[in-house]
Design a protein around this ligand. Structure first.
Ligand code: SF4
Length: 525
């Protein structure tokens, strides 16, 4: 007997058993699932998805197009943006269904997707849209993909700094399961507090695959009973004013968010000791790296109890809810914050703990140890090996363990082997055979070219006289600032056709307005 034919949308609608999906697909499934839950609850919601592709959302568009009919059947519109800012603006509109007379919809579920530079690029639109707020039966979740090592980006990313500046709460997923769970909780938060909610994951998570438990019980939430919503309310309205929006953000939305986080214990202890003494506070991929480091070091339940070690996982890294964190901090003597890139949690945490009674306040370390010496980098990502070394230094003051020192011996040996000079062959990056970039990125003898975003960035590594690069869409505009002060009279600028469509046409307008001598090569591939 043959297997029943699998529908293209199966991944997004299957209700029983674990479902195998990628991080990209977990984000897309959120709209299907929220729509299903709404209709089960008697709400006639539609959906609106927009954003801009790019790693780690390389196959999001393809997945969404593949299930286009299933989306349309549910009144979910998939409308990719010309760029991330336009995408954010269209989603802002999806929360305004009550502004235009009659509608048959009770609300629209919004989903924005984009990589870290897309958050930067769209900041103005996101700021406006978030200050305006969300519809009570709609809500907006942002699928944010960060590339902290810039493996496929022009800069290393840590979007929480920008997002928090825009007053957009950040949930930091440590797995594909978290993307799904946090995403569905994020819709409830967005509706309750009237804000956009970002669910951030780094490339290693957004691009990975996992058997996701889709049981709705995992993401059932309660409304806070210790918080009274201020009279001004939190949801989008018209007419409205910027002064009122700012007031609502500070006095209604952020307090409502914190109440929601508290009521649902979104930040919580995930590994506990019988009697707590040492605490780890962590989030996102660093949470997984921490668990792996503990396993590598052989820290089992017995050793955890001997150390008094507990792990506190922060789901919502901004705004950092105080009560749950203070409760945990008061139960340990010493605490470490483990997070990749610049200290984001650590700074907030120290602020939250500062005015605790001295006898309850633990010693805190993070990027620096208790003596102020740097122990973890403030750029790039953490690894289980980096974390292991820091933990061993700390744990050794409280416990002597053979397994810990054995593992550090393995790491030392690996480091020594890596340092041994080797005969090797350099692998020079190159374009795919047949790609038009092979010929279109050559410049006449004596010329040089300004580099653009895209594969043609590789000219920089191929000895093709490339000079500097810009953000996506700024290609060539740097020449306007340099040309008046250098002897070179002319420059070539490479601009990919995708970038031209995204925002690069503005750079050409700038070049014309600046009256500079420049030749743009629009690279079709
Ligand atoms: S643009 Fe060219 S080099 Fe880049 S992936 Fe496509 S074919 Fe390959």
């Amino acid at each position: 007997m043959s297997e029943p034919k699998k529908l293209p949308e199966q991944t997004f609608i299957q209700q029983d058993g674990p479902v195998f999906m990628s991080g990209n697909q977990a984000y897309l499934r959120l709209v299907f699932e929220q729509h299903r839950r709404d209709h089960e609850a008697g709400l006639n919601t539609g959906g609106f998805i927009s954003g801009y592709r790019g790693s780690p959302f390389g196959h999001f568009d393809q997945d969404a197009r593949r299930v286009g009919k299933a989306l349309a059947a549910r009144n979910i519109t998939f409308n990719p943006g010309v760029n991330e800012a336009m995408a954010a603006t269209t989603i802002w509109g999806s929360q305004q269904v009550d502004f235009f007379g009659e509608t048959e919809y009770d609300g629209v579920i919004g989903l924005w997707y984009g990589k870290g530079p897309g958050v930067d690029m769209a900041a103005d639109a996101l700021h406006h849209a978030n200050l305006w707020g969300t519809h009570r039966n709609g809500g907006v979740v942002m699928a944010v993909g960060d590339d902290p090592m810039s493996r496929s980006s022009s800069i290393q990313q840590q979007s929480e700094f920008v997002l928090s500046g825009l007053c957009i709460p950040v949930m930091h997923a440590s797995s594909v399961q978290d993307i799904y769970d946090y995403g569905l909780i994020a819709y409830q938060m967005s509706r309750y507090a009237g804000v956009w909610v970002a669910v951030k994951s780094v490339s290693d998570i957004a691009e990975s695959w996992y058997m996701v438990d889709v049981d709705p019980e995992r993401t059932r939430t309660v409304l806070p009973d210790d918080f009274e919503m201020p009279e001004c309310g939190v949801h989008i309205r018209w007419p409205d004013s910027s002064v009122d929006q700012d007031y609502r953000m500070a006095n209604a939305r952020i307090p409502a968010l914190k109440a929601f986080i508290r009521a649902n214990k979104l930040n919580r202890v995930t590994l506990d000791a019988r009697q707590r003494r040492l605490g780890i506070v962590t989030a996102g991929k660093s949470y997984l790296d921490t668990l792996e480091a503990l396993e590598d070091l052989g820290i089992d339940e017995k050793q955890r109890d001997a150390l008094g070690l507990s792990v506190f996982k922060v789901a919502v890294t901004w705004p950092l809810e105080e009560t749950l964190l203070r409760e945990f901090a008061a139960s340990v003597d010493e605490l470490i914050v483990l997070e990749e890139s610049r200290p984001f949690l650590e700074t907030q945490l120290k602020n939250v703990l500062y005015d605790m009674p001295a006898e309850q306040r633990p010693r805190v370390m993070g990027k620096c140890d208790f003596d102020g010496r740097e122990q973890l980098p403030s750029n790039g990502e953490l690894t289980p090996a980096l974390i292991s070394r820091v933990l061993v230094n700390w744990f050794s003051q409280h416990l002597s363990s053979e397994s810990m020192h054995r593992w550090i011996g393995v790491l030392d040996q690996t480091d020594r082997e890596i340092e041994v000079p080797r005969e090797h062959v350099d692998r020079t990056p190159y374009f795919c055979s047949g790609c038009p970039h092979n010929s279109s990125t050559k410049v006449p003898d004596g010329g040089n070219q300004l580099i653009g975003i895209g594969c043609h960035y590789l000219v920089h590594l191929m000895g093709r006289d490339g000079v500097s690069y810009t953000q996506m869409g700024g290609e060539g505009a740097t020449w306007a600032g340099a040309a008046p002060f250098v002897k070179q009279k002319h420059a070539f600028a490479n601009l990919g056709d995708g970038t031209y469509y995204h925002s690069g046409s503005t750079a050409i307008r700038q070049a014309i307005a600046s009256k500079i001598n420049i030749t743009y090569k629009i690279l079709f591939n």
